[in-house]
Design a protein around this ligand. Structure first.
Ligand code: PLP
Length: 223
């Protein structure tokens, strides 16, 4: 078996039922994405708009493309026809642009609210307080063209796995709180996307429903 297929197999064999795998293909060429596709993988994650739109037409139409990077509002129009889900809604401004564009092309797009729980200031997303405040003021109620599916987040880049576990637990608890208070009865609000190559085991232990793995599937990226 080719190594990409073997790597996918090694991860999926360890995933509990109900946890899905996003293969993060950023910076990896189309033929490697195809190799993963041929091994049965259907969810792929990209974090650059141009790279995503260049890859999409070269690959099968039943791929579910997940946008996972910081999305500039002026790139929303470019990716909207191609993405199944935007996991990185990190501001109300972006949410509104996504909504407007989805309505304009007459579609509904799945989104996750990105939470900022890590110590790095470079990471984007709503703080826990911000997301709960926005929810309380109705910012996530009835947004046309948008289906809220849950939350996404990243832990601090550290070898301190207790800290990583704590941050993932915070993401999971924030999801639970949003679900209980604002999305009760909305069966679609059911996703907690967290965990990457080095920390996905911890994320699964803390209640991830979706992990995003690049390096452990495709090897190191060449920037
Ligand atoms: C690149 C990236 C990943 C995957 O990272 P690996 O360490 O290669 O598994 C996951 N999530 C986001 C948001 C990313 O940008």
């Amino acid at each position: 078996m080719a190594s990409i297929a073997r790597n996918l197999q090694a991860i999926t064999a360890q995933l509990p039922a109900g946890v899905s795998l996003v293969a993060v293909s950023k910076f990896h060429p189309v033929d490697e994405v195809r190799e993963a596709y041929d091994a049965g993988q259907r969810l792929f994650g990209e974090n650059h708009a141009q790279e995503l739109v260049a890859k999409v037409p070269q690959l099968p139409a039943d791929i579910s493309w997940q946008f996972i990077g910081h999305l500039q509002t002026n790139k929303v129009r470019m990716i909207m026809p191609s993405v199944a889900m935007i996991q990185s809604i990190d501001s109300l401004k972006l949410l509104h642009v996504v909504s407007k564009e989805a309505v304009r092309i007459n579609r509904t797009v799945d989104v996750l609210l990105q939470l900022h729980v890590a110590k790095e200031l470079t990471k984007t997303g709503f703080t826990v307080d911000e997301v709960l405040q926005h929810a309380a003021t109705g910012a996530f109620a009835q947004v046309p063209g948008v289906r809220f599916r849950g939350v996404m987040g990243m832990a601090t880049q550290t070898t301190d796995m207790a800290q990583v576990a704590h941050e993932f637990a915070t993401i999971r608890h924030t999801f639970d709180e949003l679900q209980r208070q604002y999305f009760a009865g909305d069966a679609a609000f059911n996703q907690v996307s967290m965990g990457m190559s080095h920390d996905w085991h911890v994320a699964v232990e803390q209640g991830a429903t979706m992990i995003r793995v690049g390096t452990d599937i495709f090897g190191p990226r060449e920037y």
